[in-house]
Design a protein around this ligand. Sequence first.
Ligand SMILES: *Cc1c(COP(=O)(O)O)cnc(C)c1O
Length: 443
Amino acid sequence: MADQPPRSFANSEAAYLKARQLMPGGVSSPVRAYKAVGGTPIFIKEASGCNLTDLDGNKYIDYVASYGPLIAGHANEQVEAALAKAIGRGTSFGAPTEGETALAGAIAAALPSVEMLRFVNSGTEATMSAVRLARAATGRDLIVKCIGCYHGHADSMLVQAGSGALTMGTPSSPGVPQSITQNTILIHYNDIDSAKEAFAKHEGQIAAIIIEPVAGNMGVVPPRADYLSQLRELCTAGATLLIFDEVMTGFRVGWNGAQGLYNIQPDLTCLGKVIGGGLPVGAYGGSRKLMELVSPAGAVYQAGTLSGNPLAMAAGLATLDILKEPASYTRLEERSQQLANGLANEAKETRIPLAINRVGSMLTPFFVRKAGQSVNNYADATECDTERYARFFHLMLNEGIFLPPSQFEAWFVGLEHDEEAIGQTIRAARRAFDLLNKQAETK
Ligand SMILES: *Cc1c(COP(=O)(O)O)cnc(C)c1O
């Protein structure tokens, strides 16, 4: 198998230089700037199905999928048609539309724990608002979150691990006051004892645990058997609310989300990504009793000029219509399994230590240090060989495979990844693994 000649990224590089003059780091969201893997980001000209084309005319099979939303593929015909129809009727009114009720109905029907919900504009807004609601509902201030889970960039959620867990959180960004993050308690993901300790230490003071039921923002890390049900029991016993941040997993790991997959009823659910079909949307929901505390039904204030935007509702509804077909999740599972198995085989044959975590159509191949190592939490994830991932990323980019520019992100398989695309990806990975070995030899 011949190595690929190097691609030219000249147009993207020029565009990036210009962008950097006007926007911090040249991007609208940090991970896009390739700081973790080096090099300049490719600028996208257009996309269709599972393919991207950059400014230099390079084509890629896309596993970023806009970080999750594009499960039905880029420029999907049904989504486009729904959007075209909606655009012709006007783009925003500051008054209710039936699209909101339709999408809310579809979501509530799919997620048994959600009787009512409120639309917002992003996942960040959803988690921020759910936390406010949880505090209001319980009359408590403390929030428990897992190290390595990402819940958007609201102040109270931007907390890193200090030297040890179970300490009061220290902000992971300048500009976030300690006075805010001291109300955020950190625990270890997948470690029920860590949660129990936090509950014992702060008895009667914890408003909510917020968690990604399948972690996706330290790379994909599935919950251990019983972990989520044990958290559910702890919360119920402590009159603490359990918030599932399903911004990534909602309508991604299955029609009923992670809560359906693992059969757990959270008190509040945060959504985003897939429910907007590629347009900016978030939502939070739960029981009627809790949600009626939200303004104007109740006193917990939360608002948005563009919330429930008719274009976003149309794109979301069209996407859910596609996913509702019983064959959709079967196909996603088959293709994702094909990809994971193929990568695992090639890694084994080339003796590249690789731990592949996968739940449905979200997966992360972790470059572990030794064959057989597994990744069950943030500490395991951060031990991986990120330098090797960076080299792999660039080799794959040159092969025409667009992966997330960080070891700690999920790859997303969508309905438009056909067997040919998956096969091509596996063959590219094989060549990349061989080159990684060659580079290691000559070092
Ligand atoms: C993406 C994500 C968010 C943040 O959503 P934005 O729309 O980027 O604000 C929150 N939680 C999880 C689990 C996510 O994956």
